[in-house]
Design a protein around this ligand. Structure first.
Ligand SMILES: Nc1nc2c(ncn2[C@@H]2O[C@H](COP(=O)(O)OP(=O)(O)OP(=O)(O)O)[C@@H](O)[C@H]2O)c(=O)[nH]1
Ligand SMILES: [Mg+2]
Ligand SMILES: [Zn+2]
Length: 369
């Protein structure tokens, strides 16, 4: 990296295409003498950072005070330090305004940890391909994670050209309607990477300075969509298996690309499973219909099982609420409650340990109470 004599001197406005703005400039004043940048790729432990000097590789180091904790994620704004060996390291992660998080699949359930998939988004494009069955529960779960991020979810149904009758046929229209039913408050529309239908709608949602992330199963066409919007084959794409139409996990890293004049998009590897991280707010936002019914239950803490005056069960009986959807909600609600409990007990154990330590140190006379 050519940082000349004054590493912090480059004009960060070169980062405007990546979303640099006044808010970030203000946040960045917490980290004087560092270099601002945005993480554009995370490939296991390798980080590629866009800076005013161009893209550079960095490793991560101890974080400055005021940093977010943990490892940087694609989309993070960071403060870089350059060592005497001229190697760059991430010295701080700027506070995130939104982030897609899930339960880290690499740790055991007894010790839940968060995994930040992507950070600082305005839009989450949930991508599902119509050449495979609609798995409504999975979509609902993905929407909970998307809402929980703090960004706005949008649902894109790709490959409408492959269903009977094509993008304007009966099957495609029915699929869009079925998905709209389970996604209150979310824009749902078909996008064909072959005919180009829907591409303009995606572009219209994006504006300079905004960031969107594409998430969804492998083979759903996330990378192809980015290439189409770029009009360039930047992201690798791969054929799906002919036997079941499933993808082959072509994308292996989370990559941020700038769509000229439209902001940035983050491509992600196909999602295999989602364990929710937190999710209480995301659940409420993804299931406003159930929340509305529940508001009319006689008891504020109604479990909608056997209590009298339960408006949710009335909605079920009258066919206003699909039992499948209530089930899906209940499963996730239990998961979120269980995790909240796990995190609370873990915290209190940690508190106890800290108290024990303080007590022992006080007996040795090293600390004052
Ligand atoms: N017919 C049709 N094929 C599509 C469409 N979108 C993508 N494809 C094809 O679907 C296959 C998978 O596309 P990718 O873009 O690699 O899918 P992905 O979601 O990035 O997959 P991963 O990187 O594995 O998560 C490729 O062969 C694409 O050409 C579409 O709208 N219509
Ligand atoms: Mg891909
Ligand atoms: Zn109830």
């Amino acid at each position: 990296m050519n940082t000349s004599d004054n590493p912090a001197g480059a004009d960060p406005s070169a980062l405007i295409a990546y979303g640099w703005n006044e808010r970030l400039a203000t946040l960045f004043t917490m980290f004087p003498n560092r270099i601002p940048g945005r993480v554009v790729r995370v490939d296991r432990i390798r980080f590629v950072i866009a800076t005013a000097h161009g893209q550079i590789d960095a490793h991560t180091g101890p974080h400055d005070e005021g940093s977010e904790t943990g490892t940087p994620a694609t989309g993070d704004w960071v403060a870089l330090a350059v060592g005497p060996d001229r190697r760059a390291s991430v010295a701080a992660i700027l506070p995130r305004h939104s982030a897609i998080k899930r339960l880290d699949p690499s740790v055991a359930g007894a010790r839940p940890e968060e995994q930040v998939l992507v950070a600082n988004l305005d839009l989450v494009f949930v991508v599902h391909a119509l050449d495979r069955p609609l798995h409504l529960q999975r979509l609902e779960r993905t929407l909970v994670m998307a809402w929980e991020s703090g960004a706005r979810p949008v649902l894109i149904l790709t490959k409408p050209d492959l269903v009977d009758g094509g993008p304007h046929g009966h099957a495609a229209t029915e699929a869009v309607q079925a998905v709209r039913q389970i996604a209150p408050g979310v824009d749902v529309f078909p996008v064909s990477n072959v005919t180009g239908i829907g591409l303009d709608e995606v572009l219209e949602l994006m504006s300079p300075g905004t960031t969107g992330a594409l998430i969804g199963e492998s083979g759903s066409g996330k990378s192809t969509l980015i290439n189409n919007l770029l009009d360039e084959q930047l992201q690798s794409t791969g054929p799906t298996r002919s036997s079941d139409g499933k993808g082959r996990h072509t994308t292996t890293s989370r990559d941020l690309v700038v769509i000229p004049g439209r902001g940035a998009l983050i491509d992600t590897p196909g999602l295999r499973a989602i364990g929710l991280w937190n999710g209480r707010d995301g659940l409420a936002q993804a299931f406003p219909d159930i929340g509305n019914f529940a508001a009319d239950c006689q008891f504020g803490d109604c479990s909608h099982e056997t209590e009298p005056g339960c408006a949710v069960r009335v909605a079920l009986d009258e066919g206003d609420l699909d039992p499948r959807r209530l089930n899906s909600y209940r499963t996730m609600e239990r998961e979120v409650t269980h995790q909240e409990h796990q995190l609370k007990t873990r915290k209190s154990r940690a508190d106890l340990r800290a108290e024990g330590k303080r007590y022992r140190r006080s007996r040795k006379g090293t600390i004052e109470w």
